[in-house]
Design a protein around this ligand. Sequence first.
Ligand code: ZN
Ligand code: ZN
Length: 97
Amino acid sequence: MSDGDLQGICNARLHIPDEHGDNHAEMQCRMLAGHEGVHFESYMRGGNNYSYVSVSWTMDDAPPVEWECTDCKKLVKDRRYMDECPENNCDGWMVKK
Ligand SMILES: [Zn+2]
Ligand SMILES: [Zn+2]
């Protein structure tokens, strides 16, 4: 997981470039990990420009995370949070590389 990722939450990213192409806004999906359908984030913008903002998208812009088993050293690339090693007969757990 990258910084700001929450356990049990999808965390898919969407990068929206600005008009000049030199900056971007980042959205982060707040639905449950492994959800179906489009990624989704919504928030309330406050102050004088009070507004309800919602964005949905299909493609996760975040790079995959590399996980390594503490026991058999198996490597897995996956954006989702991992706990137990996917190898059968391995009691290791997965840590971020
Ligand atoms: Zn999502
Ligand atoms: Zn293992």
